[in-house]
Write a protein that binds this ligand. Structure first.
Ligand code: UDP
Length: 328
């Protein structure tokens, strides 16, 4: 019998890569997405339900039709800067949408739930290696909304036995090396695609947000993970739940941080081209450094982020950005 997995946000960047890995592992990913930030063209590995998490009836209908063995919940608004200027939209979409989905899952008896959370739930902890037991003090509305959903999952776990794996992502980058799917946001706000746009002349320059952070070169430090490694972790996390191993939170990062300047230098060596740069002010809500303590996912899930080097992530992102028909 085919095992379906309901993938909210499966038309988006990370969700689409997870669908590819799910299909490769023998599952049928059912994408549930409102296409507010995703792309119908990215739904390639299973059926597509165009629906909105704020519409409970459409979620119930998807559970009824496909009877999934698990949910992977990627659908969310995820831009730190926007979450600071429009917090209501973040709380409504992320928290109310997740509440609808979680209640629908419990009602349908689908008790295995994999949730996309974020290192932004930890906040700005100045030099602390962020492991899963680090107290969570988000400094932006995006992180606060994700932390609220983590709490929701714990409450529903206690009340109804909803089994959940929480993944706290660090910075996701790169693309499917086969070139079937990749990163495509409108507008684009992420460092690596914007840097490639600047290199390839699709925009005049990359603005470096802040040069006076308390980091070795003054620019923000982040822990970058290849999107295919991240997708692999989700299938491992889902299998963990299907094997009845209980509720767990995992960081998904490599344990190594790179500054914005180091990312720019790495792209120079991959592309042999200079990145036109403009120095800009800090972006609201940005933490100085976010680096994962990543032992738990390695030790317990057997996860190895073997594609997550800067050159490989930049090379795969570049390959995708150069595809014919690339929409931007
Ligand atoms: N960044 C930058 N210029 C840009 C976009 C991002 O300097 O045009 C910096 C940003 O301040 C952060 C890092 O690059 O320190 C990664 O930002 P991104 O938006 O890619 O991911 P986030 O850390 O917000 O999840």
């Amino acid at each position: 019998m085919q095992k379906h997995v309901l993938v909210t946000g499966g038309a988006g960047y990370i969700g689409a890569h997870a669908c590819k890995v799910l299909a490769r592992a023998g599952f049928v990913p059912v994408v549930f997405d409102n296409l507010s930030t995703g792309w119908a063209e990215a739904v390639k590995f299973g059926p597509f339900v165009q629906g909105d998490l704020l519409d409970r009836a459409s979620i119930d209908a998807a559970f009824h039709q496909y009877r999934p063995v698990a949910v992977m919940h990627f659908a969310a608004l995820s831009l730190v800067g926007e979450s600071m200027s429009d917090p209501g939209r973040y709380w409504r979409t992320n928290v109310n949408g997740s509440l609808n989905l979680i209640e629908a899952a419990v009602q349908a008896g689908c008790m295995n739930f994999v949730f996309s959370s974020t290192c932004a739930t930890y906040g700005d902890q100045d030099g602390v290696v962020l492991d899963e037991d680090t107290p969570q003090h988000p400094i932006n509305s995006y992180g606060a909304s994700k932390k609220a959903i983590e709490e929701m999952l714990k409450n529903f776990g206690a009340a109804y036995g909803l089994n959940h794996v929480i993944f706290r992502y660090f910075n996701v980058a790169g693309a499917d090396p086969d070139g079937e799917i990749g990163e495509q946001h409108r507008p684009e706000t992420h460092l690596i695609p914007l840097m490639l746009d600047a290199i390839e002349g699709r925009r005049p320059a990359l603005t470096v947000f802040g040069q006076d952070y308390p980091t070795p070169d003054g620019t923000c430090v982040r822990d970058y993970v290849h999107v295919m490694d991240l997708a692999d972790a989700h299938v491992k996390g889902m299998n963990w739940l299907l094997d009845g191993r209980g509720n767990r939170a995992f960081n998904l990062g490599t344990g190594h941080g790179f500054s914005v300047r180091q990312v720019i230098d790495a792209s120079r060596s991959v592309t042999n081209r200079d990145v036109p740069i403009v120095q800009g002010p800090r972006r609201a809500g940005d933490a100085a450094a976010l680096v994962s303590g990543s032992d738990r996912a390695r030790a317990e899930l057997g996860w190895e982020p073997h594609r997550s080097t800067l050159p490989e992530m930049i090379r795969d992102a570049l390959g995708w950005s150069q595809k014919p028909g690339f929409l931007r």
